[in-house]
Ligand binder design. Sequence first.
Ligand SMILES: [Zn+2]
Length: 99
Amino acid sequence: MLCKEAAKGAVYKLNEEVYIRSVERRGLWLVALCYVRSQSRREECYQVVLKLKLGTRYFTGRCECPDFRYRGGPCKHIVRAKVALREYLKAATSLRRLL
Ligand SMILES: [Zn+2]
């Protein structure tokens, strides 16, 4: 997806590199739909789905980049999406405190 399209519906963005489209709770999991800018094709964003187990540090994710498809393991986009999600949750927590 083009990053400018991903940016439109974003609930949170980090440094124009990561866009979080949605975060929702599914049972014991927090599921975040993110788009992370490609290093080689700067207009393009890869879709990353991140799952975080609530109350633990355990997370899993998948990314549509060639690196992830080839290796099947966490790529740098997943790592970046996780950083952005952590920032988003921090911001959301301080918002809740204000309300
Ligand atoms: Zn990736």
